[in-house]
Design a protein around this ligand. Structure first.
Ligand SMILES: Nc1ncnc2c1ncn2[C@@H]1O[C@H](COP(=O)(O)OP(=O)(O)O)[C@@H](O)[C@H]1O
Length: 111
């Protein structure tokens, strides 16, 4: 499992998708998983810039990780975004069976 960190516009989604396509891995974007719910209340919350409730995003990510059980590589984009999410990801390893192998920080270089 590879985690992509970085601010909006840093290119995480583009790079993540290219990497996943090249290796036959799964790209899991928190924003995309949330949009795919087509839940009006959630979308409204996303547009306000606030994070959605942790149970919601953990539930969606957990489900997506379980579906990707047989896939060797998974790229996480936009997740985890809070310490509690990171803890959940590590603690739920027994369910999804994946370890964080690499964290990539995308973004412009500091000047
Ligand atoms: N890990 C997360 N935890 C909670 N909310 C999240 C998380 N990732 C995304 N969101 C919600 O989705 C919105 C859009 O996230 P963003 O990363 O900008 O998605 P994208 O880049 O796919 O458009 C955020 O404003 C927030 O409300």
């Amino acid at each position: 499992m590879i985690v992509f960190f970085g601010p909006a516009g840093a290119g995480k989604s583009v790079q993540g998708q290219i990497l996943a396509a090249r290796h036959g891995w799964r790209w899991l974007s928190a924003g995309q998983l949330l949009r795919d719910t087509h839940d009006g209340e959630l979308i409204h919350r996303m547009q306000s810039g606030e994070l959605v409730p942790i149970e919601t995003i953990n539930g969606l990510m957990g489900e997506a990780l379980n579906k990707a059980k047989d896939i060797n590589g998974v790229i996480l984009d936009g997740y985890p975004r809070q310490l509690e999410q990171a803890k959940w990801l590590i603690e739920s390893r027994s369910h999804h069976g994946k370890d964080v192998k690499l964290v990539i920080k995308a973004g412009s270089s500091a000047r």
